[in-house]
Design a protein around this ligand. Structure first.
Ligand code: FES
Ligand code: FE2
Length: 368
């Protein structure tokens, strides 16, 4: 693996954007969980009072105890029924200082008098949607630049909701995964797609790929692949959402979040419209949807297997018949630099691109 600096991405080590930090199912209990992203440790929990999600810097300012590391012996935890979450607050297992969802210490049981203003930890902007917990990460500390991921189909009873595949930590810089959005040349050898039409488009915080063709991994029950259409978009640097039609109407989401500089945590999931065309999904619909998600995961694992063993592509030998790798890399740099510089990068990459020799996906691209 290589670091952000080695890829020459910009001023920041970790990018600006919404990132998945947990499967919401991991917060079904009231125990806090320890998570690590952006080279930092965090305490993540669901408040008992309101159910709100809270993400705090992990280490208590008093003597640096981890607020959410597993603890089965402190009386703070034992008296809390196995959890140190109290209401929407969390109490440190060591000397029982209590912190609110805002990160401010609001109780020191053995101390009378004012609580020092510096007795606080950073509280992060979080959101819950699509069965996931998201954090807005911004090295400049700004408000979210775009909305966290949502899909109207998530609340539609004719769609089978996904369960996340936890693919673990990949020891590659996210740049290697981002390259995939414009990797025209890997679609046939890796996925067995016979690409008939293909294009990429970069616009603001989104990077898109539209393509169609038969596919050797995602095939129907008869083993035959219909023409599969995928309309795929990165919403910022960490969330890929792809609309698939032609086999099962479905929506695939792949999210990856930096853990340390040069490693990412990856999740995969697929939302599937009732395969039996039912207005409300049935048990057989759910079984078929799970099988489809499995097939999709295997298709993604074909990329993953290469990533697990490759050297970092710091200087690729790109050719005109490749997808627009350099444009995608410029697009990606906007998230590693101050917002004020965003336009500099967008001016160099926004637009529609078709690899040499390929047929554009949309007619407007053909005319251009
Ligand atoms: S270390 Fe947290 S209360 Fe002392
Ligand atoms: Fe791929």
């Amino acid at each position: 693996m290589a670091t952000t600096k080695e890829y020459r991405l910009g001023e920041f080590t970790f990018p600006r954007g919404w990132f998945m930090i947990a499967d919401a199912e991991e917060l079904n209990t009231h125990k806090p969980i320890a998570v690590r992203f952006f080279g930092k440790d965090f305490a993540l929990y669901r408040g008992r009072a309101t159910g709100k999600i809270v993400l705090l810097d992990a280490y208590c300012p008093h003597m640096k105890t981890h607020l959410a590391a597993p603890n089965n012996t402190s009386y703070v935890v034992l008296d809390g029924g196995g959890s140190n979450v109290e209401g929407d607050d969390i109490r440190c297992p060591y000397h029982a200082w209590r912190f609110g969802a805002d990160g401010k210490c609001n109780d020191i049981p053995y101390h009378q008098g004012p609580i020092p203003a510096t007795a606080c930890v950073k509280s992060w902007t979080v959101a819950e949607s699509l069965g996931a917990i998201w954090v807005w990460h911004d090295p400049e500390g700004g408000e979210p630049e775009w909305e966290h991921p949502t899909l109207p189909q998530w609340d539609d009873p004719s769609w089978v909701r996904w369960k996340f595949d936890h693919l673990g930590v990949l020891n590659q810089h996210p740049q290697e995964v981002i390259d995939n959005i414009c990797d025209y040349g890997h679609l046939s050898p890796i996925h067995g797609s016979t690409v008939e039409r293909y294009e990429n488009e970069f616009q603001g915080h989104t990077a898109s790929q539209r393509q169609c063709g038969p596919h050797r991994t995602l095939v129907g029950e008869d083993g035959v692949s219909p023409i599969l259409h995928t309309d795929t978009t990165y919403h910022g640097p960490g969330v890929l959402i792809s609309h698939l039609t032609g086999l099962c109407e479905s929506i695939l989401m792949i999210t990856h979040s930096p853990v340390d500089d040069g490693s990412i945590k990856v999740w995969h999931s697929v939302l599937v419209r009732s395969p039996g065309n039912n207005p409300v999904v049935t048990v057989p619909d759910t079984i078929t949807a799970r099988q489809f998600q499995d097939a999709s995961r295997l298709s993604f694992m074909q990329d993953f297997e290469v990533w697990m063993n490759k050297a970092p592509c710091l200087n690729g030998l790109f050719i005109p018949s490749d997808g627009p790798f350099m444009k995608a890399r410029i697009w990606y740099r906007q998230f590693y630099n101050p917002r004020a510089k965003k336009r500099e990068f967008l001016d160099q990459c926004e637009g529609l691109y078709v690899p040499r020799g390929a047929t554009p996906y949309t007619e407007s691209a053909a005319a251009a």
